[in-house]
Design a protein around this ligand. Structure first.
Ligand code: FAD
Length: 196
């Protein structure tokens, strides 16, 4: 019998994990507290979704564990990601500086393609479902993946649930702080678009 995997959070990482697990033959259910999946992807890259970067390297990351960053980038380099995207019909436009966007230039097409692909593999999404008891969910499943994201973008569903769940299993977490923030200027000669 196929194993049951529950995934908490239907953001980029939850949806991608769901696809990988379903491709491996597992039964996958994704729980999302919002009414819709992938709200954060929809606003990414100003609605265009700067989905990856061809020139990514470990020097682009701040980390106390650089070897993990190295491992992650080597395990799934840009070329593998681009190949995967091509296979599911998500064609990328790679700019001269390495930034990659969907050909459509629309984040919503990224969400639609990933969602449709996940559904075609049998992934079940339960939206409007806030998971509060992670141990109960683990009892009901063979495995649970916590993909609840960070606190960034509270209006999009950002919270610290992942850290709380991790604590329940005895993990500690390194304090997080914002690293990419908006600038609000009180300067009448500088328009919003010029600042961005
Ligand atoms: C304005 C903005 C622009 C950005 N632009 C870019 C960009 O162009 N390129 C780029 O690479 N990155 C961009 N990012 C960053 C990128 O969007 C995030 O790194 C990425 O979406 C994080 O994905 P995630 O799956 O880890 O988390 P999230 O997208 O936060 O997904 C986590 C999900 O879990 C759900 N959840 C949380 N707790 C629970 C619970 N207890 N029960 C059920 N569901 C729960 C949340 O509602 C959420 O949907 C941007 C971010 C922002 C805010």
């Amino acid at each position: 019998m196929s194993k049951e995997v529950s995934i908490v959070g239907a953001g980029a990482s939850g949806i991608f994990s769901a696809i990988l697990c379903a491709k491996a033959g597992l039964n996958v259910t994704v729980y999302e507290q919002n009414t819709k999946i992938a709200k954060k992807i929809l606003v990414s890259g100003n609605g265009r979704c700067n989905i990856s970067n061809k020139n990514l390297s470990s020097s682009d990351f701040y980390s106390q564990n650089p070897s993990f960053v190295e491992f992650a980038l080597q395990s799934f380099p840009f070329n593998s990601f681009e190949k995967f995207c091509n296979e599911i019909g998500l064609f990328l436009n790679v700019l001269d500086d390495g930034r990659a966007y969907p050909h459509s230039n629309e984040a919503k097409s990224v969400v639609k393609i990933f969602e449709d692909y996940a559904l075609s593999l049998g992934v079940v999404f339960h939206t409007n479902t806030d998971i509060t008891d992670i141990k109960k969910l683990l009892k009901e499943s063979d495995a649970v993946i916590v993909a609840t994201g960070s606190r960034a973008g509270e209006h999009l569903g950002g919270n610290a649930d992942g850290e709380e769940f991790a604590k329940e299993f005895g993990h500690t977490s390194i304090p997080a702080y914002p690293s990419l923030v908006q600038l609000h200027l009180n300067f009448k000669h500088c328009k919003k678009d010029e600042v961005e």
